[in-house]
Design a protein around this ligand. Structure first.
Ligand code: ADP
Length: 495
């Protein structure tokens, strides 16, 4: 029910505005009590007026009932005193009076229509037992009142037994059945209603004005938030924004400021990356220029020198090429993980292939590569990307090793993850450098890394690939002793 109502409200476009909702709520909060109050006041005025009129009429007719007894009117209706009193009363109350005798016969009707007729109604029967009745007919605008005509001299003596106790015994000698008009009450009510309506309309104008002002005032902080965000968007400011009017606006602004902070960090790192890339790409070019210039400046350069310089230039070109290739791999990794191509891969086989490819390089440096596979492992991975990541680790273990050193690769798995450990007997990584080694272009010893053909991008690529597989990478190293990289990757790729 509530959901349907919300859906309905959502469909009415204007009601989707907080300002409009506040306006309507304040408007209703103003109108409902004032209209309710008008109805309540008019209703209580009407009730009070009717009961006053009834009490008044009942008093008058009680006196009349006494006169009817005194003048024996129930036996003889010729008494002028009573007749004129009857006319007076019916004029006064703008109504009709019927006098009914013990035989339920109308002996007098001020309208002169029903004389001689019999009236047996519930009210009349009740009244004969001594109880006066009243009946307010709002629709037709009159009150019907019955008053018993009781001979007080007789009834006081016989008054002790109650009518109920005496069964059917009638206490009254006759009944006065009167209907009095409520026109005067209705006219006053009408006037009052009209006045109250005018007051209410004036109040409504004020309520609308207040509702409009309040709705605008209460939603102003949200507009300030939008304005502040637009200012940032337009580039007028890149400061943190602040709108502290409400706890809610504070939350929105806090979240926005955090987003802004993250964007700034991203922007800074992008700028740093671009400047690093330019620098890295420029270095081989500068070397090549120096080599070429020195050849050009000399006359009659011996062929051996040409050859030597050209070999250096070729090496620099190769280096430039490697940097560009690494950069392209990194950019690919930075793209969404949706690009990942997961298949079921035999990890033992994958490692065997990597090591087979790298063994000749290791042999050149007289480094021994040992592979220990604790159990066969098949896992859901991106074969190409994981090969690149693990190759980088083994390549580093060879590159930063000492001559006649060793590299040990161990593959193991539990029921959830497989782990690849790449340990070496190399130069190690100083403790303070360990947290930076995954940063792009970071190298512990720049010149050494350059010498052995490092770009500073290898571990950044490796880490990206492992994170893409929802895995982790850890390093343990001691300078001069060696390094151990441990990679853990889920056997089943989490979606
Ligand atoms: P590079 O292309 O320079 O090898 P990486 O990102 O692969 O770049 O590695 C970053 C730095 O971390 C390297 O320059 C090197 O100083 C250090 N490093 C990485 N692996 C090892 C290792 N096995 N032993 C010693 N130092 C290492």
């Amino acid at each position: 029910m509530l959901a349907k109502w919300k859906q309905f409200l959502g469909k009415i476009k204007i009601l989707r505005s907080l300002k409009a909702r506040l306006f309507f709520i304040i408007l209703l909060a103003g109108i409902i009590p004032s209209t309710g109050m008008r109805y309540a006041i008019l209703q209580s005025y009407e009730d009070r007026s009717v009961s006053v009129r009834i009490a008044d009429v009942q008093n008058q007719f009680k006196i009349l009932a006494n006169h009817l007894i005194i003048y024996g009117y129930l036996h003889d209706t010729s008494s002028e005193v009573v007749n004129s009193e009857l006319d007076q009363l019916s004029n006064l109350y703008d109504g009709r009076v019927l006098i009914i005798d013990k035989n339920f016969k109308v002996i007098k009707d001020t309208y002169g229509i029903s004389e001689g007729k019999t009236v047996i109604s519930e009210e009349v029967i009740k009244c004969f037992k001594g109880t006066s009745t009243t009946n307010y007919d709002r629709k037709n605008g009159y009150i019907e009142i019955t008053t018993p005509i009781v001979d007080t001299v007789v009834s006081t003596g016989a008054a002790s037994p109650k009518p109920e106790d005496t069964g059917e015994a009638n206490l009254a000698e006759g009944v006065i059945l009167s209907s009095v008009s409520t026109n005067t009450i209705m006219t006053t009510l009408d006037i009052l209603n009209r006045r109250a309506l005018i007051v209410e309309l004036i109040a409504l104008v004020f309520i609308v004005a207040i509702a409009l002002a309040m709705a605008k005032l209460l939603t102003a902080p949200f507009e300030r938030v939008t304005q502040a965000i637009n200012d940032v968007k337009a580039g007028f400011t890149d400061e943190q924004i602040s709108v502290n009017d409400y706890v809610e606006t504070e939350h929105i602004v806090d979240a926005f400021n955090q987003l802004l902070g993250r964007m700034k960090v991203l922007d800074d790192s992008r700028q740093e990356f671009v400047s690093n890339v330019s620098h890295e790409l420029k270095t081989p070019l500068t070397s090549m220029k120096v080599l070429a210039d020195s050849l050009l400046m000399q006359e009659e350069v011996p062929a051996e020198l040409y050859k030597e310089f050209m070999t250096d230039i070729a090496n620099e070109i190769e280096r430039e090429n490697k940097i560009i290739n690494d950069l392209l791999s990194l950019v690919k990794m930075d793209k969404k993980a949706a690009d990942i191509n997961i298949t079921s891969v035999d990890i033992n086989e994958l490692l065997e292939l990597i090591l087979k490819r790298l063994r000749p390089i290791a042999r050149k440096k007289e480094i021994e590569i040992i592979f220990e596979s604790i159990r066969p492992v098949t896992a859901e991975v991106d074969e190409v990307k994981l090969t690149l990541a693990l190759s980088n680790l083994v390549e580093n273990a060879i590159k930063y090793n000492n001559p006649s050193g060793w590299v040990k690769v161990t593959l193991d798995a539990d029921h959830q993850f497989f782990s690849v450990e790449v340990a070496d007997s190399g130069i190690g990584i100083p403790e303070e450098a360990q947290e930076h080694i995954y940063e792009r272009f970071y190298r512990v010893d720049k010149s050494h890394s350059r010498e052995i053909g490092g770009t500073g991008l290898g571990l950044a690529i490796t880490r990206s690939v492992i994170l893409m597989h929802r895995g982790s990478i850890k390093v343990m190293s001691e300078e001069g002793k060696g390094t151990v990289f441990t990679v853990k990757i889920p056997l089943i790729h989490p979606v």
